[in-house]
Design a protein around this ligand. Structure first.
Ligand SMILES: *[C@@H]1O[C@H](CO)[C@@H](O)[C@H](O)[C@H]1NC(C)=O
Ligand SMILES: *[C@@H]1O[C@H](CO)[C@@H](O)[C@H](O)[C@H]1NC(C)=O
Ligand SMILES: *[C@@H]1O[C@H](CO)[C@@H](O)[C@H](O)[C@H]1NC(C)=O
Ligand SMILES: *[C@@H]1O[C@H](CO)[C@@H](O)[C@H](O)[C@H]1NC(C)=O
Ligand SMILES: *[C@@H]1O[C@H](CO)[C@@H](O)[C@H](O)[C@H]1NC(C)=O
Ligand SMILES: *[C@@H]1O[C@H](CO)[C@@H](O)[C@H](O)[C@H]1NC(C)=O
Ligand SMILES: *[C@@H]1O[C@H](CO)[C@@H](O)[C@H](O)[C@H]1NC(C)=O
Ligand SMILES: *[C@@H]1O[C@H](CO)[C@@H](O)[C@H](O)[C@H]1NC(C)=O
Length: 851
């Protein structure tokens, strides 16, 4: 995912499209056959082809491997998409030729002439009379039948990493057969990898992705609720393309799906366990290739038990964040504050079996049901009674939401792995002591506020984007997309999980309902800044000067007096301000209000104690205050803020003047982006075309913006790349267009060091000296930064991919190409410090093509 998204840059989802070309492999004479009879065999070079020509079975060599494997793949699809492999654990090495046959006892056997067996079908207790026959069916199933037609063995019962339509994932309880997916070790090695995906039948059945080296699961998709898995509300029950089925009875527990009009000429879809994620790929009729339909886990909140017991994970604030269920407090407040929420939450008031009540959480993924019990035959009311009557019952929920809530799931051990969805999800009733129930009077109020500690998690925000973007694109016209399918926006308002914070005092006076931001009086602003006295001036930005002011209530604010270039009228200005005020994120400086007075346009922001980032990183006397960890945190924070600006579904905002001076630091040195949205006031609303006026700062501007005035989110990505290099190195990217003839830059220096394999030398001495940095993190930052400053906007990754790559130590990144501004500039240097430049000659080698 990461690799692809980064490599393609422009559009991560499209990057997942596999080129699909029709190639007809030179078919041996026997190719038309779809069966092997008892005395015949299939040699390397020959293949079986299913009746309609959809699947082909034969020998293949995966990726870079040299060994041969027997497998099934989509016929005529390139690159070869293998859906099943027989001899996963026993590759046929070069120099050996094996063939597949049916031996005298009725087994499918893959062996070489000396009798070495690479693979054989599992024994079957049905002893078929008569000669068995093996046939490759149109569904992709390879079936061995006895003389009487009884199925002795079928490949669908022994999945590799792919689930095809009609295949069952789960259990045959009569035979004890557990069909689960196991990853390939790598693209070139089909031997069983580290991850499996299967149905756990303890308690109420659920699907789990598990990793070999880990006892805790990686991901859990939740119990089936009659329509979908509780953790996958996006599975539409009446999707016009798929039908999903889940069976759980005395003999079978399995999940399967069917594709309407599937097979030849219809939609083709496969479901594959690809390392730690399950992915559904589709290929529309007559389509050009595979596209990723969805992929799970979708974000950090899908990480199993991220928030611990009684913790709820929520991404609606833009970031994955843990909160305790109302009535619970962090079990380990110290760790919790440090964003380690694995210890979960503890009950504030112990249950008193008789006087307890229930708290309803809406729109959630039900907690782990491994230890839960289900009774589908009773109503939800009866379920409540049953839970109340049993002191060990801790929570209950309906077991089916199909045609109204019915049935009963009861939990009597801790509630683990709950997440909140902004769309979809179910109701969960959690048992609480009467005094903790929210409907109670003021007595419990204070506690409730304490309880709702909202801590954001500084880690990677996983890809909702890729999968869901494709989903909405691909099926935009076919029913509900996520945006319109708003079933719930938040938790039930009567039982808020997080009490809404009280509005700050100064916002209450003079509040303008229309604007939703405070309209300040010019007199008050002038007074607070001593009439814009020089000594209150904090700095000068691209859009005007900033002053420090103090409001009536004593709150310190930053007052930005916009320079008078703005062409906007009053209403437009108000609109913009309203939009900016709606952008709220921990990594954005908050806009408190504005002031309009004649020609004067003023924005009032929260004040940041530690001023701007450039005051630290470029100042030799202060740069040591930012050690590597802090710097890395700052980089992640900026990425997060920028990602929010770019991806927030309602308003896509391009910053256009991202630079160290626009990154402010609060008292804890958390980075906050300032001046976002202001560019729109100056340049109008046209979001990805030409701008009348180039606003921005030389040195941070992408080539296409500086030269042609063309901007897009990729221009911000470029500026971000420059910023990261500056944070790492503690040096300014000297303005290459400053007119001084100065042609070298931090970019070319970084590029040179990177190509020589010395990128660590880029690290600020003040940081390197301390010796606390992690080299791999530094290198990752440099690589990501270089990817961001690539010349062609399309080569640059999106912020989603950037954020993923930064936060994910395992990410495999493509090699960056030459940075913008490097290739066609002269090479005279007046700056002794950076004596290298990029020349055309430098560029010819070692650049791996991103796909
Ligand atoms: C696994 O995911 C990677 C990256 O997303 C993709 O390139 C690859 O094709 C996927 N593998 C399969 C078998 O679909
Ligand atoms: C397979 O070979 C055996 C022994 O040579 C023979 O008896 C049998 O009829 C053959 N079966 C078929 C289907 O040709
Ligand atoms: C057929 O193959 C199976 C599995 O390898 C083996 O157990 C059995 O002995 C073989 N039968 C004969 C007659 O070789
Ligand atoms: C789904 O389709 C079935 C049968 O076509 C219908 O009975 C049911 O009401 C539909 N459900 C929804 C949620 O549209
Ligand atoms: C369980 O469901 C499967 C599929 O619907 C069905 O074939 C089987 O007979 C059922 N078993 C029982 C005991 O109902
Ligand atoms: C449980 O709560 C009820 C009602 O609030 C109260 O009468 C009873 O004393 C409590 N019992 C215990 C053991 O706290
Ligand atoms: C289920 O119960 C077992 C045994 O008491 C316990 O170890 C495990 O953590 C429980 N699982 C969950 C999800 O509560
Ligand atoms: C109460 O629930 C526990 C756990 O589900 C169960 O073992 C026990 O039998 C139940 N007690 C009663 C009286 O139903």
């Amino acid at each position: 995912m990461v690799v692809r998204a980064m490599a393609a840059g422009a559009r991560p989802p499209l990057a997942l499209l596999l080129p699909l070309l029709l190639t007809f492999s030179s078919s041996p004479a026997s190719a038309a056959a779809d069966t092997i009879a008892a005395n015949s065999s299939l040699a390397d070079g020959q293949t079986l082809v299913s009746a309609g020509g959809v699947f082909e079975l034969g020998f293949f060599t995966p990726g870079t491997s040299t060994a041969r494997f027997l497998g099934i793949w989509y016929m005529g699809v390139a690159p070869q998409t293998v859906v099943w492999v027989a001899n996963r654990e026993a590759p046929i090495t070069t120099g050996t030729t094996a063939s597949l046959g049916i031996n005298a006892t009725g087994f499918l056997v893959l062996a070489d002439p000396t009798g070495q067996v690479f693979w054989s079908s599992a024994p079957s207790n049905v002893s078929g009379a008569g000669a068995p026959v093996a046939q490759l069916l149109e569904s992709g199933n390879f079936v061995l039948r006895g003389g009487g037609g009884a199925v002795l063995w079928q490949s669908f019962d022994y999945p590799s990493d792919t689930l095809l339509p009609g295949m069952k994932l789960g259990w045959d309880l009569t035979t004890g057969l557990d069909r689960r997916l196991t990853t390939w070790r790598s693209a070139g090695d089909p031997s069983p990898g580290d991850y499996t995906f299967g149905i756990d039948i303890r308690g109420v059945p659920e699907g789990f992705i598990r990793a070999k080296n880990r006892t805790a699961p990686v991901y859990r998709n939740g119990p089936w609720n009659g329509l979908q898995f509780s953790g996958e509300p996006e599975m539409e029950p009446n999707n016009s393309n798929f039908r999903f089925e889940f069976v759980a009875n005395a003999t079978d527990v399995y999940y399967t799906f069917l594709v309407d009009g599937g097979g030849a000429g219809g939609v083709v879809s496969r479901f594959v366990l690809n390392q730690s994620s399950v992915q559904r790929y589709v290929s529309p009729p007559g389509g050009q290739g595979w596209s990723l339909y969805w992929s799970l886990p979708r974000d950090l909140c899908d990480d199993y038990a991220l928030c611990g017991a009684y913790g709820v994970c929520d991404t609606s604030g833009g970031l994955p964040a843990c909160a305790c269920v109302h009535g619970f407090t962090p079990a380990s407040p110290r760790d919790w504050a440090l964003r380690d929420s694995s210890a979960g939450c503890a009950r504030s008031t112990q249950l008193n079996c008789t006087g307890d009540g229930f708290l309803r959480l809406t729109g959630v993924k039900l907690p782990d049901t491994t230890n839960a019990t289900e009774d589908a035959a009773i109503t939800v009311d009866q379920c409540r009674q049953r839970c109340l009557a049993n002191c060990s019952c801790l929570a209950y929920a309906a077991s089916s939401i199909k045609g109204g809530d019915s049935g009963c799931i009861i939990w009597s051990s801790q509630l683990i792995d709950i997440r909140h969805f902004s769309n979809g999800g179910e109701d969960l009733y959690v048992r609480l002591a009467a005094s903790d129930l929210p409907s109670n009077g003021d007595g419990s109020r204070k506690k409730n506020i304490l309880v709702a500690v909202f801590v954001s998690i500084a880690a990677l925000l996983l890809f909702v984007f890729g999968g869901f973007f494709v989903w909405t694109r691909f099926f935009r016209n076919r029913g509900t997309t996520f945006q319109n399918a708003q079933r719930f926006n938040s938790f039930d308002s009567s039982v808020p999980l997080t009490p809404v914070p009280e509005r700050s005092k100064e916002n209450e006076s003079g509040e303008n309902k229309d604007l939703n931001v405070t309209l300040f009086d010019m007199g008050a602003i002038a007074l607070s800044t001593d009439n814009f006295a020089t000594w209150t001036k904090l700095g000068e930005g691209g859009f005007g000067a900033v002053y420090k002011g103090e409001l009536d209530g004593g709150q310190t604010v930053a007052v930005k007096r916009l320079s008078k270039y703005s062409t906007q009228g009053l209403d437009e200005f108000k609109n913009e301000v309203m939009l900016i005020a709606k952008l709220q994120h921990v990594n954005l400086v908050r806009l408190l209000g504005c002031c309009i007075h004649g020609e004067e346009r003023i924005l009032v922001y929260e004040y940041m104690e530690n001023k701007s980032l450039d005051k630290f990183i470029f100042d030799k006397s202060r740069s040591a205050q930012l050690n590597w960890f802090k710097r890395f945190d700052i980089i992640l924070g900026i990425a997060r803020g920028l990602l929010y600006l770019h991806q927030d579904s309602r308003y896509k905002v391009i910053h256009r003047d991202l630079k160290a001076g626009n990154i402010l630091l609060d008292k804890d040195m958390n980075p906050k982006i300032s001046d976002f949205g202001v560019a729109r006031i100056f340049a109008g609303d046209d979001t990805d075309s030409h701008t009348r006026k180039v606003v921005g700062t030389y040195g941070y501007m992408s080539p296409e913006y500086a030269m042609d005035g063309v901007f897009s989110v990729k221009s911000d990505v470029f500026s971000f790349g420059v910023l990261v290099l500056e944070i790492v190195s503690g040096r300014k990217n000297r303005g290459m267009y400053s007119g001084g003839g100065e042609q070298t830059s931090l970019l070319s220096h970084a590029w040179k060091l990177w190509r020589e394999g010395n990128a660590l030398e880029l690290l600020d001495e003040a940081v390197a000296g301390a010796g606390t940095h992690r080299g791999s993190e530094v290198l990752r930052c440099v690589q990501v930064a270089l990817l961001c400053v690539q010349e062609r906007p399309d080569d640059r990754p999106h912020m989603a991919a950037v954020f993923l790559a930064l936060g994910n130590p395992g990410a495999v990144l493509p090699q960056p190409r030459l940075p913008g501004f490097c290739s066609d500039r002269g090479s005279t240097s007046t700056d002794g410090e950076w004596s290298s430049t990029c020349t055309v000659n430098d560029v010819t080698v070692t650049i791996v093509e991103g796909r």
